[in-house]
Structures are given as C-alpha cells and as structure tokens.
Design a protein around this ligand. Sequence first.
Ligand SMILES: Cc1cc2nc3c(=O)[nH]c(=O)nc-3n(C[C@H](O)[C@H](O)[C@H](O)COP(=O)(O)OP(=O)(O)OC[C@H]3O[C@@H](n4cnc5c(N)ncnc54)[C@H](O)[C@@H]3O)c2cc1C
Length: 470
Amino acid sequence: MPASVAIVGAGPVGLLLANLLGRRGVPLRVLEKQPQPYPLPRAIHFDGEAMRCFQAAGLAEAILPHTHVGKGMLFQDGAGRTLVDWSRDQQIGLMGWYESYRFYQPGLEAVLREGLKRFDWVTLEPGREVVGLAQSGAGVTLSLADGDAVEAGFAIGCDGAQSVLRDALGIGMTDLGFHERWLVVDLRLTRPRDDLGDYSIQFCDPEAPATYVRGVGDRRRWEMRLEDGAPDRPDAAEVWRRLARWITPQDADLERSAVYTFRSRIASAWRRGRCLLAGDAAHQMPPFMGQGMCAGVRDAANLWWKLTAVLNGAPDDLLDSYQSEREANVRAFIEKSVALGRLINQTAAGAVPQGRMASIWPDLGPGLGPRDGVGGGLVPQVRLASGALADDTAEHGFYVLARAGTAVDGWHCVDGADGWLADRDLDGVVVRPDGYCLAGFRSSTDLTKIADQFAALGLSAAPGSASDTA
Ligand SMILES: Cc1cc2nc3c(=O)[nH]c(=O)nc-3n(C[C@H](O)[C@H](O)[C@H](O)COP(=O)(O)OP(=O)(O)OC[C@H]3O[C@@H](n4cnc5c(N)ncnc54)[C@H](O)[C@@H]3O)c2cc1C
C-alpha cells in the first residue's frame, strides 16, 4: 500500500517532520541518500520556539541532555570592547523553555532517529537516493537511484540546499544577495579555557571577521571569513595559523574544519501539487543568528498538522497557507542574519550601532485567521499548577488560552497568561498546534465566530473540553 507521505532527506527537518506526523499515526517513509548518519555538527544553536516544536514531537526531554542553555552573543571591536550585547534571559521564557540552547547536532539527530522507532507505521530508509519524481492528482511517484520507485500521497522535500525535489519540480531560488566563504572549525578542549567565556562572540573586524561559539561540554567552534583566493581545503597547519590569536594545539584537538559558502536564498514556490519543500530546500541564510535549522523546524511545525488535516479530509488548499505564512517569517530571519553579517564586516567604518539587541519573533504572513497584531503571532506556553505544559495538555491540538474566569465552551481551555492577555485587551486566544495564534477574542460571541470559521477550514479542536489552570 502506498505511504500517505514520503519525506526525502533525514536531516533535522525531515526527521522532525516524520516524528510529528508519526505521532498522529500518519503512515510514512523517510528516504535518505546517505547510508550512515552524518557524524559532525553544522548547526550549534536553537531557540525556545524550536524546543517547543521538539516538545510537540514528544522528544524535548530526550534532547535536553544534548544541550546547554545559551548566554547570548556579544559583538566586539578589535580592542575587545562590546559594541552590541545580545544577552539571553537565563530564566524559562514565554515558550515554556529557555530562550536559547547550544546543542550537539549528531546527538539531536540520534534522538530524532530513535524517536521514529516508536511508530510501526514509519520507516527510515538510509542509502535510498531520490533522483526524480512524477505526480498526478492522486499521488506522487519518486524514482530512486537503485532503480526502485516509491509511491505516496504527498512528497516533502527536506533534502537540503541542493534539493533534488526542488530541481525536479522546476522551482528556482531568489537570491537575497549574501555570499561569503567562511572556514568553520570545531575543536574539543583538552584543558580548561574558562577565559574564552560562555557568550558567542562576533569579532567585528572588516579585515578578518570571525565568530566564536561555546558548544556543549568541551566543544568550541570558530568561524572565520575567508579572503578571495584562500584555498577551499586548508590543511591543519593553516587552520591552526588562523586560530592562533585565540587557541593553540596545546589547548584543544581539531575535530573538523570545513569551508562553507554562506548564502541567503529563498525558493520561489514551496508547493507544487502534492509536493512541498521544507528546511534548507526552501530557504537558506547565513548562520550569524543560528536560525537556519530553526526556520526548518518552524516549517515542520507549520506543515504537520495541515498535512494531517488534509489526509483526514480537509480541503487541500489548506496547504497553500504553508508558504504564505512561513515565507514572511523566514524572510525576517534571513534579512536580520544578512544585516548582522554586514555589521560584522563593517565596524572599522564606525557604522555599528551600539547597545543591546533583542531577539525577534516575527509574525506569520497571511494565511489562516486575521493578521491584527495578535492572530499569526506566537502565543506563550504556560506551565500548569500540575507541572504540565499547556500544549501537552491539549495533546498539541488547537486549544484556548484564556484569562482566569473566562467562560469557554467546546474547546480544551487553559487558564493563564493573564498579564499577556490583558496587555492585548483580550479574554483569550485560540492557540494552533504550532504555538501561533489562530485568533484572539474579547467575548463569547467572538469565540463562537472563530469556532465557525475554524470548522469551515475542516479542522478539529483538541480532544476533550477539559479546563486546566496555570
Ligand atoms: C556552519 C554552519 C553553522 C550553522 N549553524 C546553525 C545554527 O547554529 N542554528 C541553526 O538553526 N542553523 C544553523 N545552520 C543551518 C543548519 O545547519 C541548516 O539549516 C539545517 O541543517 C538544514 O536542515 P535540513 O534538514 O533542511 O537539511 P540538511 O541538514 O542539509 O539535510 C538534508 C538531508 O537530505 C539528504 N538528501 C539530500 N538529497 C537527497 C536525495 N536526493 N535523496 C535522499 N536524501 C537526500 C541529505 O543526505 C541530508 O541528510 C548552520 C549551517 C552551517 C553550514
């Protein structure tokens, strides 16, 4: 029997999407061209919203041991003076998690792979490279390099920046203008170097911009922009020469070094019929905010419940809201990442604004519900008196978050976040499975209207109508 969904690519985005769909009982196959998991990290930071998405997959607790709470990032000039301070709160934040985590990517991916073993209806197929596709109104046929063919109701290209699915669909990329070659070096300390500190540091130097990142445990990373003509494969001696101002072989072992071209690009279409793109296949950004993978995590969180609803009979134009909602959000991160990249390159010209920087939480673009400053924005996740997190109590379905004492019928309702709701002059909000607001309400009549619109979309609310109090 054909799978409902075939996911192409078992990177962090494909694996998370598979876990989210698997948890809802969707039969699916994950096709990954590499026979073995990639053993080295690329991403090193994710945010509290991403952790909320891992929570939706039931895996946050298993991921925690592979993380370290992030202190934030400092932008420093050549004399070591802090120009911009992007400190992160060291308390649990609005998402129900810390604002920033450092993590070890192979550890995270191992948890995501292990998570799939919970579902008999999900298969992970390593060593299976997709080379082409054909689709009809009823489904998609993927052709594989080994001559086999895989049929599915929908195919999701989570196959990275060089996406074969994107090319097979004839979808181009819009280039947003950033291309720089950077050398990325991962090290393991062999003796304490507390002086390096826990903050990430952007060394703002137009001649030699660089980044230091404190990883989990004894792991440390440096990223250094390469000048034109620098080799693509520097040898170990050359790598240590470039690191010498911070660290020497007496302090650390080299784990790996690689040269990447950091780009800012976005696919012109994220859906063609029964094929959709997610993660780096749909967008890429330079890593100065540590948001590339986070953006893919948000794609997976936006897509899983829409896909599940369509597979259960909702009209399939629900899937058109995927790109319209996600693209505006990811563009905001790409633009900010590019601006930070330029800033790191420009300081000697005295162009750097000084002060504190805050994290951004951009709203979704047009899609489901209103865009009135509340609908399409992130909703806080409260922890209940029982210790449970609100999204878990709603089993990651739609639910209402309301001020204490608000009468709510027909929805799973959590009382809490009174201050946040009062600031917006709201009695409550309808929370989507991805943590964004479907719509806010100021009266029971408003909530009835939202319920009618919600039913017309073919969606269903969280099971039960129990109330919980934070
Ligand atoms: C140096 C660096 C630092 C970064 N730091 C951060 C950070 O701190 N935080 C952050 O959020 N992001 C960061 N990023 C970005 C992040 O690594 C990517 O956004 C993320 O890995 C994308 O995940 P993905 O699953 O979409 O794609 P990928 O990780 O590229 O996975 C794609 C998968 O698809 C498979 N595949 C490809 N083609 C096929 C095919 N034809 N058939 C079957 N399988 C196929 C590949 O083998 C691979 O396993 C960084 C990136 C770099 C380069």
